[in-house]
Design a protein around this ligand. Structure first.
Ligand SMILES: C[S@@+](CC[C@H](N)C(=O)[O-])C[C@H]1O[C@@H](n2cnc3c(N)ncnc32)[C@H](O)[C@@H]1O
Length: 220
């Protein structure tokens, strides 16, 4: 069992990127922190917070020992995008530090925003992440073939053209696709495609893709 730390490490969900989607509870935790650990994008959301700021990037594994040692003297908060329970650094942190040493504060996931933007439910969706997992693209074919509603995280590394090509080649037919980019930010874009038109689209930045079987909206 992991040793009990003097101060719990907070893992705070910061929502999809705009301050309007950060909860009051999250904001309070962030303001009370001595140390904030997060990506540049998330740290930049809180210029007025006086905490010591540590950039989280490729150092994410080695940083864990530093976080543990800092937590003996300071209140350390790890900022994650969206909700900590949905494809985030929280899994690694809680796995290493133990649940008793962590306080997880939920946030609004980009998935919630994406489904809200297209006016559909997400309780019946199947989820997958291609964020930093380009090698799993082939696996998407089977997932889309076998589920009526599939929602996928994409860091922008996989173009709409490659997605369309891979799915058509894999034998996927008749899907409505929603491409939801930069949700909650100034350059937010939510567009609807079929497999062919997706192949001609350009996308910029992080996005959520939702694949639905045609006609599914009539049964909702
Ligand atoms: C490591 S995952 C984190 C997901 C996060 N825990 C959540 O609940 O939203 C990062 C991926 O989330 C998606 N994402 C995060 N913020 C987004 C936004 N504002 N608009 C669209 N997609 C976003 C992108 O697919 C990005 O590659």
């Amino acid at each position: 069992m992991a040793k009990r730390l003097t101060n719990k490490v907070a893992i705070i969900g910061c929502g999809p990127g705009s301050l309007g989607y950060i909860t009051l509870k999250a904001l309070q935790g962030i303001k009370e922190s001595d140390v904030l650990v997060g990506s540049k994008r998330l740290l930049n959301l809180f210029p007025e917070v006086k905490a010591n700021k540590i950039l989280l990037g490729k150092n994410y594994r080695t940083l864990l020992s530093k976080i543990v040692s800092l937590s003996s003297r300071k209140k350390v908060t790890i900022l994650v995008s969206g909700d900590p329970g949905f494809f985030s650094y929280a899994r690694l942190v809680v796995g290493r530090l133990g649940q008793k040493n962590c306080e997880v504060i939920p946030g609004i996931s980009c998935m919630q925003l994406a489904f809200a933007a297209i006016g559909k439910t997400w309780n019946d969706a199947h989820f997958m992440s291609l964020h930093g997992r380009r090698s799993e693209l082939e696996g998407l074919v089977e997932v889309v073939k076998t589920h009526n509603k599939v929602a996928v995280l994409n860091d922008g590394g996989i173009s709409p053209r490659l997605l369309s090509h891979t799915l058509i080649k894999g034998g996927v037919k008749d899907r409505k696709i929603f491409l939801c980019e930069n949700l909650s930010l100034e350059n937010e874009k939510v567009r609807e495609f079929n497999l062919d038109s997706l192949g001609k689209a350009e996308a910029e930045g992080m996005n959520v893709l939702i694949f639905t079987t045609q006609g599914i909206s009539s049964s909702e």
